[in-house]
Design a protein around this ligand. Structure first.
Ligand SMILES: Cc1ncc(COP(=O)(O)O)c(C=O)c1O
Length: 396
């Protein structure tokens, strides 16, 4: 268990603690913008979820507006929609990339007031079609998972009226929390700035507590504590906390310590993405499972390979491979398993997104992160190939 390989790369060492705390000695710059290379100056926010909340508020939609959102999504996005005073309307996804289905969006678009286009797992939406279908209605790009992903050489998050990024640990930059909003429209930008300034500024005590909490959580999410303790704690948390109470949205302005770490890590982003793309290529070349179980990168797209999802054709096969990898000291995850029932119970989901439902039940995420060694990648591929060989002829 000491050597259990985590699914995600959490990074926050003692040098980060020093960097993060030393910035607290300086006066907070209320007007500070965050530069994301290739994107531009962004408004820093406490987290991606607060970014979506602020983006929706800045659009000044009438109360209870219908906001389109893919069902295959982190449910905190649905929570942010509700918190902004609106209602999520669920749109199905494309089986090839987990992003909005153009056909389903076309059939639902006339009833929508705005849309959140999520670039899931770092794969990219068909953004040109989406913008055309929405015909001038606001589109917020959720680039929480797609920092660095490109469509025709342009970064995700820069196509819609607003783009939202996340730097939370578990995402690429693992800064603790932190997020940013990109917006080219000046008057919308003014509203965002005002909404942020109305939020509470974290005091030094909560900044310090946040830095140390991030350090501890990172230790628990990394070897060797992940196998010894971390998995157990996260399992208990997930079992004990109900769907609606998970992932709370704490409002407030961004922690300066998170911003500092984000800026520091951003300089290494391309390096991290290159390594994860190499790792993904290794799987694409060495896994002997059918090619339609992967998300392949279409021409003119550049995936950051934040996650490496595998699409199984049954829940049983998916769970079998997950268990097999776990027995061999490799963590995997099956994300958002409670979204179907949770959205039905709490967000009026009409059970009309069959592809997303199937993917939610049959997707396995295997580690692809930049901290993996070649021997670990090879081990994961060998075990998965052997497992697949033994189950591929199971009846469906
Ligand atoms: C697709 C997506 N959007 C938004 C968020 C919210 O970002 P954050 O965790 O920084 O609040 C997340 C992650 O939780 C996410 O995965």
């Amino acid at each position: 268990m000491l050597s259990l390989i985590p699914t995600e790369a959490w990074e926050y060492n003692l040098v980060d603690v020093i960097t993060a705390t030393s910035i607290l000695l300086k006066k907070r710059d209320e007007n500070k913008l965050l530069q994301i290379n290739g994107v531009g100056k962004c408004y820093p926010v406490r987290s991606g979820r607060v970014g979506i909340l602020i983006a929706l508020k800045a659009l000044s939609l009438r109360p209870f507006s219908k906001i389109g959102v893919p069902l295959y999504c982190c449910p905190v996005v649905f929570k942010a929609i509700k918190m902004a005073g609106h209602m999520p309307v669920f749109v199905d996804v494309d089986k090839d990339n987990y992003c909005l289905s153009i056909d389903d969006l076309s059939s639902k678009a006339s009833a929508l007031d705005a849309l959140i286009a999520v670039h899931m797992f770092g794969q990219t939406c068909n953004i040109y079609d989406i913008l055309q279908i929405m015909r001038g209605k606001p589109v917020i790009e959720d680039a929480a998972q797609s920092l660095g992903s490109l469509i025709n050489g342009k970064l995700t998050g820069t196509f819609g009226q607003l783009g939202v990024f996340s730097f939370r640990s578990g995402k690429y930059l693992t800064s603790g929390e932190g997020g940013a909003i990109f917006c080219q429209d000046e008057s919308l930008g003014q509203k965002i700035s005002t909404l942020i300034k109305e939020m509470e500024i974290p005091d030094i005590k909560s900044e310090l507590a946040h830095v140390f909490e991030t350090y501890l959580r990172t230790k628990l999410r990394s070897k060797p504590l992940w196998g010894l303790l971390g998995t157990k704690i996260w399992k208990i948390y997930n079992r004990k906390i109900s769907f609606i109470d998970k992932s709370p949205i704490f409002s407030g302005q961004a922690y300066t310590s998170d911003l500092k770490i984000t800026e520091k890590r951003m300089t290494r982003l391309n390096q991290m993405i290159n390594k994860q793309r190499e790792n993904a290529d290794f799987y694409l070349n060495n896994l002997t499972i059918p090619k339609d179980m992967f998300c392949l990168e279409p021409p003119n797209r550049y995936y950051n390979r934040f996650m490496f999802p595998i699409k199984f054709n049954s829940e049983e096969r998916c769970q079998y491979i997950s268990d097999l990898l776990q027995e061999n000291n490799i963590s995997t995850s099956r994300p958002y398993l409670d979204v179907i029932e949770g959205s039905y119970m709490h967000y009026n989901y009409q059970r009309n997104c069959p592809v997303a439902e199937r993917l939610l039940k049959t997707t396995l995420i295997i580690p692809v992160h930049y901290r993996l060694h070649q021997s670990e990648l090879a081990k994961i591929a060998d075990i998965l190939n052997a497992g697949w060989k033994s189950i591929s002829n199971w009846g469906n």
